[in-house]
Design a protein around this ligand. Structure first.
Ligand code: LLP
Length: 463
């Protein structure tokens, strides 16, 4: 049962030091986080330890209010700061599910998919096809066909896309709506694995090729160039790269016009960073949109261009702050004067970000979020790998096996990057709002992991 006990007014302990709890971007915890009269942490008016008991752990919890608030923050900021038409497009690679698609669609956003799987999820989840864009640096013919048949805009990344699309478009009367992606040649400070705007990137056309591609497409009756796209990277805290990007995109628009196209859209990609630890200080959604919108207006004015439709593709900043992961504490290994390892029942298979990008997180105990820390531990997972560390140097009160631990800001690139390493089943996910928790992704069972194995007959009776 979900508790409805009254809320204590005490501030969240890790919010001490002036953290603004009112903005989803400045926040470490989901918007609807509070503490009940017994001192237990709640999200969406659901007591987290009760969710752990009811649904098991590890458990992804998504706060619907945070997600909706972030969607409307993008929508409203675009309306406020950009005088032309606009659309925020959710980069579903951050967290792709039917439920998240349905929420995002109902908030009026579009969606960016990069595979047949993400595209099917978007279509099934109720995202109108005309608001979907298909990305990818090596799309298959099947993926392109699925997009074209459903009226989804294809973001053309390279000549291979053009060759495949040309074949698919044969016999069609309507031209295929395209966006052209190119590398803008803008550097930004983020992890090298998630940087895409610099020239040495696998994504998009080199800017030197743009004229040639646009000239080619001007002669293709099957194609309609609807827009131009560039994305510079992810988890970015600076705003200057996006300011520069507006001018680069506006120049590309001038070129496209000169070559006979009439694109309506300029798409600046995603990239706004979020706060994982107290020292992170990203711009707010409103602040980021303001910079992008003003830069776009200025760039268009300088070039005498009518304002295009402005698209942006946020992923992380929409879903990361809405999510937390619950784990159950298990074993402990104490090495005197060296280290204390506390292990939980998940790890690198449900959150591969620390081992992949050395990402940092914030964590606390679900039922004693404010308790004084008595030790500093290394929080590890249960995988057979020494690098399976979720948090280094985590200050914690004394823990017992069975305690529920909460890792914050896990709504993006956790579930979507989860694996079955060590044949560990993927966690369940629940959506919480107003004291109600609904299962939106069922937990895998170990026996289901054998579903795709095939044992050849000749090996069956061996041994
Ligand atoms: N648009 C395009 C074309 C992208 O490639 C991406 C992210 C986005 C939008 C959304 O970016 P966001 O707003 O989420 O920063 N797995 C990494 C992040 C990889 C991002 C890939 N592309 C991580 O866990 O940090």
């Amino acid at each position: 049962m979900v508790s409805t006990s009254p809320v204590a007014t005490s501030p969240l302990p890790w919010a001490a030091g002036g953290v603004d709890l009112s903005s989803p971007n400045r926040n470490l915890a989901p918007l609807s986080t509070d503490i009940d009269a017994e001192g237990r942490l709640r999200v969406g008016e659901c007591v987290l330890s009760e969710l752990a008991q009811r649904f098991g752990t590890p458990l992804y919890v998504i706060d619907e209010r945070s997600l909706r608030q972030a969607c409307s923050a993008y929508r409203e900021a675009l309306e406020r700061h950009y005088p032309g038409p606009s659309l925020a497009v959710y980069a579903s690679k951050a967290n792709s599910s039917l439920a998240i698609t349905a929420v995002v669609a109902s908030e009026g956003l579009g969606l960016d998919a990069v595979s047949a799987g993400e595209l099917l999820t978007a279509l099934e989840g109720g995202m109108p096809p005309e608001r979907i864009v298909l990305h990818g640096n090596n799309k298959s013919s099947e993926e392109l066909a699925l997009a074209v048949q459903n009226g989804v805009t294809v973001v053309v990344d390279n000549w291979h896309d053009i060759t495949l699309l040309q074949e698919l478009a044969q016999g069609r009367t309507e031209p295929v709506a395209l966006m052209l992606r190119f590398t803008p040649g803008i550097e930004c400070h983020t992890h090298e694995y998630i940087r895409t705007g610099h020239l040495d990137s696998k994504f998009g056309f080199d800017p030197d090729q743009l004229e040639q591609v646009l000239t080619h497409l001007a002669g293709c009756r099957w194609a309609r160039v609807q827009g131009l796209h560039a994305h510079i990277g992810s988890q970015i805290f600076e705003v200057e790269p996006h300011r520069d990007l507006a001018a680069v995109l506006a120049d590309a628009l001038v070129l496209a016009r000169r070559l006979g196209h009439d694109p309506s859209d300029l798409n600046v990609g995603g990239g706004l960073g979020i706060r994982y630890v107290a020292s992170d200080d990203p711009p707010s959604i409103d602040g980021w949109v303001q910079v992008v919108a003003e830069a776009m207006v200025a760039a268009c004015r300088e070039r005498n261009l009518e304002l295009p439709r402005l698209l942006c593709e946020p992923g992380r900043s929409l879903v990361a702050p809405a999510g937390v992961t619950l784990y159950t504490v298990g074993s402990r290994k104490q090495i005197p004067d060296l280290n204390t390892y506390v292990a939980v029942d998940g790890g690198m298979s449900d959150n591969p970000r620390p081992i992949t990008y050395q990402s940092e997180y914030t964590a606390c105990l679900a039922d004693r979020p404010g308790a004084e820390a008595t030790e500093t531990v290394t929080l590890v997972g249960k995988h057979c790998e020494s690098g399976d560390v979720l948090l280094k140097q985590l200050p914690l009160p004394a823990t017992e096996p069975g305690d529920v631990l909460v890792v914050l800001a896990t709504g993006a690139y956790n579930a979507s990057m989860a694996s079955n390493y060590n044949r560990i089943p993927k966690p369940a996910a629940v959506l919480v709002a107003d004291g109600c928790a609904e299962l939106v992704q069922r937990r895998e069972r170990p026996d289901e992991l054998l579903r795709y194995d095939v044992l050849p007959e000749r090996l069956r009776s061996v041994g």
